[in-house]
Design a protein around this ligand. Sequence first.
Ligand SMILES: *[C@@H]1O[C@H](CO)[C@@H](O)[C@H](O)[C@H]1NC(C)=O
Ligand SMILES: *[C@@H]1O[C@H](CO)[C@@H](O)[C@H](O)[C@H]1NC(C)=O
Ligand SMILES: *[C@@H]1O[C@H](CO)[C@@H](O)[C@H](O)[C@H]1NC(C)=O
Length: 578
Amino acid sequence: MDKLDSQRPATRALQTVRNLLLAVAVYTILTGVLQFFFYGSLTSTHRPKPSNQHSSSPSTDPSSGSKSSNGYAHLRPDSLVVANDAYMGFRPHVDTYANFTRLVDVCRGSIQSLERMKYVYDCMQYLIERKDDYYYIPTENAPSIGYPSYVPSSVNDIGTCNGPVIPYHIWWSGKCTWRVELFIKSYFHSQNLPCSRLNLWLDVDVNPNAVEEMMRDPGFIRFLPLVKRGDIRLREWKFPARVLLKQANDGEGDGKIIKLGDGAYIDEVGNEWLEFSTRKMTFLPVAVSDAVRFVVLHYEGGVYCDMDNVLLRDLRPLLIPPNHGFAERWGWYEGPWDYNTAIMSLQPNSSLSQHFLKGAVKMGINFHPYIIGRLVYKDGRGEEFTMFEDGFFDPIWGQFNTPGVTRCTVPCLENYGEAFLGRKDAIPRDWKAYDGPRFEEIDGGVSGNDAGRNSDGSKNSGRSAEDLDWSDKRKRRKRGAVEETHAIQERAPAGFAPGYDIDKDPYPPNNRTLENFFKGAYAYHIHNQWAKHPEPNSWLDVVRRTHDGFLNGNRVNMYGEKWNGPQLPSYDPFPEFS
Ligand SMILES: *[C@@H]1O[C@H](CO)[C@@H](O)[C@H](O)[C@H]1NC(C)=O
Ligand SMILES: *[C@@H]1O[C@H](CO)[C@@H](O)[C@H](O)[C@H]1NC(C)=O
Ligand SMILES: *[C@@H]1O[C@H](CO)[C@@H](O)[C@H](O)[C@H]1NC(C)=O
C-alpha cells in the first residue's frame, strides 16, 4: 500500500499546512535575499563615492529619513517651473538620414588630431541648432519607397510605418528593476513607435523561466499592454553554439563540410557558419552581454543599447542610412580603436558584422570593446564603423574625466552620481553653462522676482503643440517657458499646498526639466554608476516623472506628440517616497 494512502486525512491536512508554511518561509527568505541583492548591496557597490555631504542616500541619512520625505511627497509641487516638453520640434521625417561625415567633422575634427573632440558643449549646441546641416532626406532610393502610408499608433494598434521598421535590442538578466523601467520609458518617450520594435532579450541560460517571470514581474506588468500591442517583444537569449555567417544561395554547397579555419566552416548545403566553442567562454554577465550585441545585430540589425542608457532623441536618422555601423567613443580616450559599444549599430549580414564575429571568435570569443576596436583598426576598417563623440551618447564624460578643460554641458555634472542628487544646492554647478534667460518660477516665494504669472490660476491659452512656431527660437525664448506649455498646465500649482514648507523639504521642487537634461544628445549613459534610487527632484527623477506623465497621457513628448497608446497601470518603484 502507498505510504500516502495510509495516512489519515487529519495528518495529511497537517502536513499540507506545514508544507505551506515552509513554502511561505522559503519564499519570504528568497524574495528577501533577492530584494537585497537587487536593490541593496549589489547596487551600492556601483554607487559613486559621495562627493559631498549631500550625496548620501536619503534612506540611509538619519537627518532626513524617508519619513520626512514621506510627509512632503504628497504636498510637494512637481516643479517650480512649467516645463516645455515639446522642445525638439517636429520628429525627423521617417526617411531622414544623418550625415555621418558631417557629424564626425563637427564633433571630432580630423581623425588624426581630434581638434574638436573635447568640445562637447559646442557639439551639442550644433546638434540642437543645426539639424538642417546634418539631417537630409535622400533624393534617390528613399527607404520608404514601396511602403504603405504612415498610421500613428493607437490604443490597440502599433500603427503602420511608412518605411522599414527598425529593431532596438536590449539584454537583461534578472528582475525588472527601475533601471529596466527607466530605459523602456525613455524608449517610448523618444522613439518613432510605429517604426520601431523593442526586443528585450532575456538570458535563459541563467534562468530558463526568464520570459514567464518577466511577464509576472511587478515592475514589468504595466508594460504588458505594450507587449500585446507589439511594441515590446520578450525574447529568449541562449548563447548559440554557432552563428550563421552567410546563407547559401540555391544549389550552392557540394554535400561536404569544408573547414575554413578559426572556427568557420561551410556546411553540406553551402551555408557558412562560425562555431562558438563555449568551453572557452567565461560566462560573466558582462562577457555575455558583450557578445549578445554582435550576434543579434549581425542577424537582425538595428541598434543595441545597454540598459544603463536613457534615450533622449529619435535614433532613427542614425539607423537607416546604408552601412551606418557606429558606436561611441570610450570617454576621452584618443585612440582610434577606443570604442564604447554601450550603444551601437551594425548593418545586418554585412561584411563588417561578419568581420567582428570572426575576429572575436579568434580571440577566444572575446567581444570586449577593446578587442573590437583593434579588429577595426588593424584591418583599416575604421571608416566603416563610425565613432561618435561624447556629445551624442555620453555627454558628461569629459567633465568627469577632466573638469573645466572645456565648457561644461547643461546640466554641468562632473560625476555620474550627481544626476541622482535631489537636495537643494547639491550640485552648485548645475546651471553653470546655461546662458539663456532664467526661468520664471511658479509661486512659492523662492525666487523673489515677480514670478508666478500663473498664480492667478489663469488658464493657458490652450494652444496645441502643432500651433507652436518651432523655427522662431527667439520668439520662443521671449515668450518664456510658461506660455509654451499646454497639456500639462493643470499640473502647475498656484502656490504651495497648505502645510507645505519648501524650506523644510529635504528635496524641494526646482527648475530642472527634461528639456535641459543634455539637450541635443541622443542618449545619456549612466555608466552603471547607479545609486539605489534617484532622489526626489534629482535630474533623473525629473526625467523619470516626465516619462511617466507622457505615458499617462497628460504630457507630450519632446516632439510635441501625445501618447496614443493604452492607459498603463501606474507603478511606483520607490514607495518609500510616495
Ligand atoms: C555630408 O557632409 C559632408 C561633409 O560636410 C559633405 O561633403 C556632404 O556633401 C554631405 N552629404 C550630404 C548628402 O549632404
Ligand atoms: C540575414 O540573413 C539571414 C540568413 O542569411 C536572413 O534570414 C535574415 O533575414 C537576414 N537579415 C536581414 C536583416 O537581412
Ligand atoms: C535654476 O535654479 C538655480 C537655483 O536657484 C539658479 O541658479 C539657476 O539660474 C536657475 N536656472 C534657470 C535656467 O532658471
